[in-house]
Design a binder for this molecule. Structure first.
Ligand SMILES: *[C@@H]1O[C@H](CO)[C@@H](O)[C@H](O)[C@H]1NC(C)=O
Ligand SMILES: *[C@@H]1O[C@H](CO)[C@@H](O)[C@H](O)[C@H]1NC(C)=O
Length: 340
């Protein structure tokens, strides 16, 4: 019903136009110096995630991929990875770091940072934000999600996901004053008291203070309310996030970009930590970003969720944890389940 026509229209409109996305700044979407490329995909309607595959021939994985992201982070869909298995180092960024509005997200262009994971070594390219969170924390969405996008020399991609929740009034700053000089048995030593508290489990997981990094980045967001604009940030203290990540663990799985072209082979590392954002900053960023969350994909290895929808395939509850995946029409519902 006009679908083919719309498809042609969109292909023509997007012909050879680079899709800046979550992969912006990587080999998949190199940054053009000096300009901010506004995305042509979106999150609702004809340009939304139900139709990303039709926007460009390169987006096929969005429709058929079986390792798509984001997912619901439930037990069994990820491996717990202690932060000690990662070699994480991000320098503080000097003033003048670029903060851009790509239309579909707002993004900070990194000034360095390395991640050693397994035998691979990645360099931090950028970090950007989704609202609400794309991954679900055991079925629950969070206010926002920060994605730190890393690329190796072999052009592999790793993304660290960090949930952002509304900060609790009066909560202790997360790592604002991380190191204290204390006297112990007559000797002075430096301790990261906050880190110890977290490791000791004495910080309530529900209470977080506003992140100094987020508040600093978001403080200049008023200058980039229009897609295609950019602004320079004040100095960014990255150690806050690095310490937080190191004091927690990661939920790892192999997934994809959460934006077109939905390329797979992405090493996902979703932190068990939380960053806080003040209610004021959250409301400001909500008004700028609007909504930019791809719907949760099926568990890794399961058929793409769009395949269920487009072909009316029968889905049993067991199909999502097992292997059963039978066309309903062809078998008359041989799986014994009603298509949902
Ligand atoms: C995840 O949610 C399920 C169902 O609500 C619950 O039974 C389970 O304990 C939760 N797991 C964690 C790790 O919180
Ligand atoms: C964490 O636990 C250790 C061992 O019990 C204790 O010595 C230390 O003081 C605790 N740190 C904090 C910040 O509570």
């Amino acid at each position: 019903m006009g679908g083919q026509f719309l498809r042609v229209l969109f292909l023509a409109a997007s012909a050879r136009e680079a899709f800046a996305s979550c992969a912006y700044g990587t080999h998949l979407q190199p940054r053009a110096e000096g300009e901010v490329k506004v995305n042509t995909f979106g999150y609702t309607g004809q340009i939304g995630p139900l139709n990303w595959h039709a926007l460009d021939a390169a987006n096929g994985a969005c429709l058929t991929g079986r390792q798509q992201s984001p997912i619901d982070m439930v037990a069994g869909s990820f491996n717990m990875i202690p932060s000690s298995e990662l070699a994480l180092d991000i320098p503080d960024f000097t003033a003048g770091t670029e903060f851009e509005n790509l239309g579909t997200t707002v993004e900070v262009i990194a000034k360095g940072g390395t991640l050693g994971f397994g035998s691979k070594s990645f360099t931090l390219q950028q970090f950007h934000f989704h609202l609400p969170s794309e991954h679900l924390d055991n079925g629950t969405s969070q206010a926002m999600e920060m994605h730190m996008v890393w690329q190796s020399e072999q052009q592999e991609i790793a993304v660290i996901g960090l949930y952002v929740q509304i900060a609790t009034e009066g909560a202790a700053p997360v790592v604002a004053a991380p190191v204290q000089t204390v006297e112990r048995r007559g000797r002075f030593s430096r301790r990261n008291v906050e880190l110890e508290r977290r490791q000791n489990g004495t910080v309530s997981a529900g209470a977080v203070a506003p992140s100094v990094l987020l508040e600093t980045v978001f403080s200049v967001a008023d200058a980039i309310t229009t897609p295609g604009t950019k602004v320079e940030t004040p100095p960014l203290i990255m150690s806050e996030v690095v310490n937080l990540l190191k004091a927690n663990s990661f939920q790892g799985y192999m997934g994809s970009l959460t934006t077109p072209p939905c390329s797979e082979g992405v090493n996902w590392l979703v932190s068990t930590a939380r960053l806080g954002v003040s209610a004021t900053s959250f409301l400001k960023m909500r008004d700028i970003i609007g909504f930019n969350s791809r719907f949760p994909q099926n568990a890794p290895g399961q058929p793409n969720a769009l395949q269920f929808a487009s072909t009316g395939l029968a889905v049993q509850n067991s199909a999502l944890s097992g292997v059963s995946f039978t066309p309903n029409a062809a078998t008359g519902g041989a799986t014994g389940a009603t298509a949902v």
